[in-house]
Structures are given as structure tokens and as C-alpha cells.
Design a protein around this ligand. Sequence first.
Ligand code: S6P
Ligand code: ZN
Length: 185
Amino acid sequence: MKIKNPKLWHKMPGGIIEGENVLYSRKYLKDVENLYKSKEISNEGKNTLMYEVYSYSEGDETQYGNLFWGLTILHPVYIEKECNMTKGHFHENRNCVEYYFGLEGEGLLLLMDEMGQMSAEKVLPGSLHYIAGNFAHRLVNIGEIPLKIGACWPTTAGHDYRAVEEMPFPYRIYKNNGKIELVER
Ligand code: S6P
Ligand code: ZN
């Protein structure tokens, strides 16, 4: 019997599990500019790479009980001092929970319930975050290096971005002279 090599999941960008079922997407500033307060983004700035998302699963994604394993990399970009953030979403299926865990860098995980109440958790290497199914979640890079987090969630969860567009997270996150500021909209 041959012993198999393990999947080095945190090295996904290195292509270690290339050839298997890995999905990859990336967002440029032009894709997410509406999230930011600044309306003065240059055409050149719009091509800035903001974040990358890898996800991986085996078997049938429509099968209840199946899971995604994911990696999100948020680059250290500031738009007039506002920190780089993911779009943020609820899961379409509000029963589907998720775990995030910090790998590298420094961030915040913003959690918002369906009434629009927000809380924030510090994300750092080794931190573990349980995201209940009825909470919208957004990652924010508050550091100077890429923020990398691992994630695990049901393949049947889906993304509900519209609910967050209609009821945005109530705080913007800025870094001002090295200090993190949460500013109410
Ligand atoms: C999926 C999970 C992550 C995010 C990723 C990007 O349920 O929460 O993989 O999709 O961090 O965030 P967003 O809000 O742009 O999908
Ligand atoms: Zn999610």
C-alpha cells in the first residue's frame, strides 16, 4: 500500500492541489469600488488587486453535508485610509454556519445580524471564528501584509450579497496614523 502525500491546503496559491477541484476568483478595486467612501478613485487605481479567494471541495457540491475548504487573501490596500474589505455576505441558506481561522496578517471580522447590529473580532494567526448562519460576515485587512484566512463552510450555503447591499455594515474601518477607527455611517 502506498502512503499518500497530504494536501497542503494553506499553500493553495502554490498550486499544490492543482488539477483537483479548486475554484479561484479575484476582485480588483473596480469590482468593489462602491464599498468605499472615496469617490476619487483613479482609472489606474481601479486595477489594484484587492482580494483573492480559493475554494475547494470533493464530490457533488449540491450534496447536503458536503463542505468547502477555502483560502481568502486580502491585500494591504488603503483607499484614503479606509481598510481593504471583502464584499461581505449572508449565506443564502441561513442555516449554514462557517468557520474562519487566521493564518497570516492582521484583520477584523465584522459580523452583522439581520437587524443590522454589528460586532467585530480581531483576526490574527491562530484565531478561530465561528460564524452563525444568520450573520453577514466581512473581512477587513488592518495590517501591512496580506491577510490570509482559512474557511470551512457547507457547499450548499450560497452567497446572499443583495441583503448586505440593501442593509450595509453600519461601520467603516479606517487606519489613521497606525490607529484603527470604526466610523459609523
Ligand atoms: C464563503 C466564505 C469566503 C468568502 C470570501 C470572499 O462563504 O465566507 O470564502 O466568500 O472571503 O468574501 P465575499 O464576501 O466577497 O464572498
Ligand atoms: Zn461565507
